[in-house]
Design a protein around this ligand. Sequence first.
Ligand code: IVH
Length: 667
Amino acid sequence: MDEKQRIIDLRAELNRHNHLYYVENAPEISDQEFDRLMHELMDLEARHPEMYDPDSPSQRVGSDVSQEFRQVRHRYPMLSLANTYSRADVREFYDRVSAGLGGRKFQICCELKFDGLSISLLYEHGRLVRAATRGDGEQGDDVTANVRTIRSIPLRLPEGDYPDVFEIRGEVLLPWKSFERLNAQREAEELPLFANPRNAASGTLKSKTSRVAALRGLDAYLYYLLGDNLPSDNHYDNLQKAASWGFKISKAMRLVSSLEEIYQYIDYWDEERHKLPVATDGIVLKVNSLAQQRELGYTSKTPRWAIAYKFQAERARTRLLKVTFQVGRTGAVTPVANMEPVLLSGTVVKRASLHNEDMIHKLDLHEGDYVYVEKAGEIIPQIVGVDENARSGDGRPIEFIRTCPECGAPLIRYEGEAAWYCTNTVTCPPQIKGRIEHFISHDAMNIDSIGPETVDALYQRGLIRDAADLYRLTVADLSGGGETREKSARKMLRGIDESRKVPFERVLYALGIRFVGKVSARNIARAMKSMDAIAGAPADVLSDIEGVGGVIAGSIHSYFADPRNRDFVARLRQAGLQMQVAAPTAPTGEALRDKVIVISGVFTHHSREEYKEIIEQQGGRNASSISRNTSFVLRGDNMGPAKLEKAQKLGIPLVSEDEFLRMIGEA
Ligand code: IVH
């Protein structure tokens, strides 16, 4: 068959499967089959650059090029809704609408209130041309590049009875599952966690590179259609139409015509919403007829034809017993409220993090206060306020400590940070134990035969002061002399011994250098090859490595400037740990000797990582940005326009994947 025709067919087919998977939740083919079709399309597109189409399903992967967000003015202002927490207010709204319509009949459309970020999508002739955040309601950020990676948002509508120009508004969300995955990943990389899916969605929608947005798995529900020639004069039918054009519209919408039914809807979803894959924080009531909406009109800020009823987060009142302070592995001190146990949404709550000093001041916490506790994002209990009427008057304000509760060293608060840190990184026990726990953790040295209790016991007995001491432990040390425990002691020793084979990149991560996560450790290890090279590298050489900025580079530099850290690393070396990347197993060659190569785009035969390795095996060097020193750019699909322009400006040759494979004799 004609390859160009096949490209067109594949795009349509992949769009259909995207829709079935992400909108209908009813896939017809397996993920593998989907990937196979996608690869076929990407192969063909690479062979026919003249067929490039930004709306192709292959373009959903986003790009690495950093973007600035342009401000755009909304064609219709993006209003918010009047909020209420009470049923009495819902009744008042209902009566107001009824009176406003002179007692005539009306219908209310009941919907879920999605807890994400509102977004406005502009379609012209069936193509998504712009996506903007709400901003101040008049102007928002143009986030089109990031929104284009959201698989449930159609980039191009199939033939249909939609107006030439329309806007559709809705909510961008990070589903619970993606939110949990993202936070788990961030925890492993010691990045600050997102408090709830809404913050995570917001951070993601504003990420500087659309590749990041693409990877995080955003979703979107749409709930408001605007334009001149809408298909119907009622809201509900317009949205059903939009669903038929391919948009994701909530199946929970209901038309009702009495207050009773509204209450039933509220009661039903107050329970059921906990089973939904995305966060909701209430329901929205809208007058269904657009004619009646026009009749009711707007106040200065909100429509008179709609209201949001917010679910009350479950809240409990209890007594603050005392505030204790916890020291983490980085030395950060976290205040914790210890309270009289109280039941909240099915679990007993007796402790809640107070996060930092500012939080204590904001709450104006006093000893013996009665406090209100809620579950933030329905997971973590949090103190949201104080019952000031119940204050006895003799409780003193809670003060943040100034010395470490574990070692007595003074605390320090760095400019621009909310946390206080213990200054004694060397002998403060929780910092030492925390570093050792990090060292043996799964993603680091993976010594899973030892747990935190063993680390604590060994520390208490004075047998370990840092992770290098692990490698000198004996069976007697670990069994504590007891015979029954000899077997488990041997197992621990085997685990420690095995860790000597753990690859260098994970040894580097295991050191626990501040800001050096799993991914940056891998990039640094691959670029620099050995611990000695890293220890001796100036910060600006390190910061040139992909994914390593000034902060990480500076942190590595100061780590190795400290003689105690250098001594620690020397003892690890003596213990036999991997201090450089393993010799490559694949055959090496000279085909790329002294070439400086920048990789850009997406490839079909090997991954980017594999190409990086191939380049090094063939005597070349990887660079992350194009400069006059670049020998050539290995160009994949979707090479970013900024990189392309720079290469052309500097006259750097572009080499296709096939040409490259021929160069290294792999074609
Ligand atoms: S309608 C003029 N419907 O809640 C009416 N909003 O302040 C426009 N929201 O900014 C909004 N779910 O971000 C509407 N089903 C829903 C909604 C919803 C969530 C958000 C939206 C809006 C805020 C209300």
